[in-house]
Ligand binder design. Structure first.
Ligand code: NA7
Length: 537
């Protein structure tokens, strides 16, 4: 029985990925009785499910880790510049063990409904198995890219061969040796997996609807001297990260616009950044790359030229050149030998923008012009119902008639990406309209969990039991989000940031792109002003 006497727990946590695990740790320190409910049969969220070949984080491993415990960050050793999926999952399991988190995790438990009772101030959630659990507070640690989506194309169930989704990859792995394989989708998951599948498959067909920008990751074993220095500065670097746009320290912000450099200076600068690898450094070449189309064109052209230089067949190269969005306005991909892979004899790029897949068949698929591809296996790298999908899959409502699916029908509305007005005592970690996916995700998870834990502590200290966001504060925040996004080039891309990858999903720019520094300052200001914009009772 939790401390309020009526409930099972003090806080229900939905999800045991990066956010849920830290929430257990942090709230337990406050003496709260918590439990995380996790659909998977292991912890790790994104890093549990996305086991496709080549899956790797696009943020450097020394950054992409928890900061809450200095011993942890000093002792853990990342083998490479970018963490692989197995390595990150191993790290998260280590964290769970080290801090004894598993005793408050219930695996293989998908939450189906969450209902708030306004009189008792309690959330009751129900599991797929039919159990119910109640607590005064509920935290949605449900992730941003956790609802994989297969395309809605006829015949998809008729395909008799092997069928995989990158976000639901089998634990035991897949051996494509000797098989004719189709990959559908060329976002990050496609781009990371294609070079590896190509090495195994007898033949690989890549079905590309939209070409994407990708930069070389330049992954390598972690340089011991770099690691030593980074660890020496860890505490200060973590602090400094909050005063940066993406929550990552160590990248001096640009001071020049692209037009202030000569064409040859620009070429040199892009070349150096291309050689260095990574996306932040590249996007930090000039301060207006994400604000001004002409400035952006200089960077976009540079990358298109590299693609043409790399891919030997000119028609394939042209098809691989992104032409429908400015570079950086969709999540910039980091790859290892992606474009080089198209020089292999056993790889064929099939453009399906003007000639879409008409139907799947028992043997493969057929395009609109009637051409058929016989396939032994298909890997769907078709992405996720991002940012709102996981919450919309849970039937979240209050006894006063609020219903999250109805409320978000025209797109998500939140206050700071932390609460939704009308849904008291329910918090989100990296919810829509927070920097989450536009930042070092673990930093953002820690920031939100700390904010939530502090809010709960504040309520307890002051004998308060009810917190909700004000409609007005929420509306202003949504409007501010839209204004910030509209002042950038981001809305020009049909990205999952915009909900554009899901047919029928409202188009609204979902992440906050004002930067981590502006966002965390706003949060601090809200707290200083007595939780301005929240109603506490
Ligand atoms: P993404 O980035 O959403 O990519 C999905 C890909 O699948 C993209 O190329 C889509 O083309 C393609 N797609 C989706 N539906 C279809 C249909 N119906 N037909 C053909 N092609 C389709 O997902 P990822 O998993 O690669 O990456 C998600 C994030 O994870 C990534 O940004 C990183 O942050 C990590 P489209 O562009 O819509 O034309």
């Amino acid at each position: 029985m939790a401390s309020n006497g009526k409930a099972d727990l003090d806080v229900i946590i939905i999800g045991a990925g990066v956010a849920g695990l830290y929430a257990i740790y942090r709230l337990r320190k406050q003496g709260l009785k918590v439990r995380a409910y996790e659909a998977g049969d292991g912890i790790g969220g994104t890093w549990f499910w996305n086991r496709y070949p080549g899956c790797r984080c696009d943020v450097e491993s020394m950054e992409y880790s928890y900061s809450f415990d200095d011993d942890l960050q000093q002792e853990w050793q990342w083998p490479e510049r970018y963490g692989t999926q197995p390595e990150i999952l191993r790290y998260l399991n280590h964290v769970a063990e080290r801090f004894d988190l598993m005793r408050d995790v219930q695996l293989e438990t998908r939450i189906k409904t969450a209902t708030f009772d306004c009189d008792s101030n309690l959330w009751t959630v129900s599991t797929e198995q039919g159990a119910t659990i109640s607590a005064p507070f509920c935290i949605m640690a449900t992730g941003n890219l956790s609802t994989p989506r297969f395309p809605r194309i006829t015949g998809i169930d008729d395909f008799a061969g092997e069928k995989y989704h990158t976000g639901l990859w089998p634990k035991e792995g897949v051996d494509f040796t000797g098989k004719v394989v189709g990959v559908i989708g060329t976002g990050s998951s496609g781009v990371q997996s294609i070079p590896i599948i190509a090495k195994q498959a007898k033949h690989l067909y890549v079905f590309q609807r939209t070409a994407n920008f990708s930069l070389p990751a330049r992954n390598a074993p972690l340089d011991p001297e770099k690691e030593r220095k980074h660890k020496e500065e860890y505490v200060e670097r973590r602090k400094a990260a909050y005063s940066t746009p993406f929550g990552i320290a160590g990248y001096p912000p640009p001071d020049k616009c692209a037009a202030e450099a000569t064409p040859s200076e620009r070429e040199e600068s892009y070349k150096a950044k291309w050689a260095e690898g990574g996306s932040i450094s590249f996007l930090f070449a000039y301060k207006d790359l994400l604000l001004d189309k002409e400035a952006n064109d200089t960077a976009s052209d540079f990358v298109r030229d590299r693609i043409r230089e790399t891919v030997k067949d000119p028609a394939t190269a042209e098809l691989l050149c992104p032409n429908d969005h400015p570079i950086g306005t969709k999540r910039l991909i980091l790859d290892t030998d992606y474009f080089e892979t198209y020089n292999r004899d056993n790889v064929t790029l099939v453009g399906i923008r003007s000639n879409p897949i008409e139907t799947f068949t028992a043997d493969g698929l057929q395009l609109t012009d009637g051409s058929r591809y016989d396939l032994d296996a298909i890997s769907f790298a078709t992405g996720f119902d991002a940012m709102t999908g996981a919450m919309r899959e849970i039937d979240i409502r209050t006894d006063k008639g609020a219903d999250i699916r109805a409320k978000w029908e025209d797109g998500p509305r939140t206050y700071l990406g932390i609460m939704v007005a009308g849904f008291p005592n329910m918090f989100m970690v990296t919810g829509p309209q927070s920097p989450g996916v536009k930042s070092q995700m673990i930093l953002s998870c820690e920031w939100h969990v700390d904010f939530i834990a502090d809010a709960i502590a504040h309520m307890r200290d002051n004998g308060l039991s009810h917190i909700d966001a004000n409609e007005d504060a929420e509306s202003s925040w949504v409007e501010h989000n839209n204004q910030v996004a509209d002042s950038t080039l981001y809305p020009l891309a049909n990205s999952w940031y915009m909900g554009a990858n899901i047919p029928g999903k409202p188009r609204i720019f979902m992440p906050y792109v004002g930067g981590v520094e502006a966002y965390t300052n706003k949060c601090k200001d809200v707290v200083t002003k007595g939780y301005e914009g929240f109603r506490l009772a």
